[in-house]
Design a protein. Structure first.
Length: 218
């Protein structure tokens, strides 16, 4: 069975089981980008609390965060954890956005995707997963996001070894599937849902997982 067919079978199986995920939550591309940075090493519930704090202070905008003292920002994003580190990372992203795109997410979106990804990876605190989350969810670029859930599900089904680097996982999707923002968006979100619900790190619930019926993939 070709890799494309394997991946599509997994996708449709998960989609039938869970339905559309409507991910990433956020009212604007900028809010999505901020959320992508804040969600590092924490759960989304904590990120929502931090974003709500920013909204209450009318601080969830490029200009407001650009002007805000790096001493004040940590208190507002405290629920997201590692708040001092994340405040610096968020300020670094804001500086990048201001310097390269005059604070405009629209201008950032107009940048060619490969060039933009290289630029994002140069920003302090932004690694491949965060950069790709911004590209896919905030800027609607056809880039597949690889996270721990994706690696866990694929490796346990014999698609690719868990130890393979991020780039190899991403290449699997980019070479096997058409570049489709909607597909990449939904597929990644479904991996997250499957990982949280069934494909747990320590004690996976394989007997309840919707993918149990396609074990021929292994």
């Amino acid at each position: 069975m070709k890799q494309k067919n394997r991946l599509l079978e997994m996708y449709y199986t998960l989609y039938r089981a869970f339905g559309p995920q409507h991910w990433w939550p956020g009212e604007t591309p900028f809010e999505v980008a901020v959320g992508a940075i804040l969600t590092q090493n924490t759960n989304w519930g904590n990120v929502e609390k931090a974003i709500n704090n920013l909204k209450k202070q009318d601080a969830l905008s490029v200009i407001a965060l650009h002007k805000m003292s790096v001493k004040k920002l940590p208190d507002l994003i405290r629920p997201a954890g590692y708040f001092n580190i994340k405040a610096k990372r968020l300020k670094s992203f804001i500086s990048f956005l201001m310097n390269d795109y005059h604070g405009s997410m629209k201008k950032m979106r107009d940048e060619e995707v490969k060039t933009l990804r290289v630029k994002l990876l140069r920003v302090n605190g932004i690694g491949p997963e965060t950069a790709d989350s911004i590209l896919l969810y905030a800027l609607e670029k056809p880039v597949f996001v690889i996270d721990a859930y994706t690696k866990r599900v694929l490796s346990r089904h014999g698609i690719i070894e868990h130890e393979r680097p991020y780039e190899k996982y991403q290449e699997l999707f980019h070479s096997s599937l058409k570049e489709d923002v909607k597909l990449f968006n939904e597929y990644h979100a479904l991996f997250v849902r499957a990982g949280k619900t069934f494909c747990k790190r320590k004690i996976p619930l394989c007997e309840k997982c919707p993918l149990r019926n396609i074990l021929w993939l292994t």
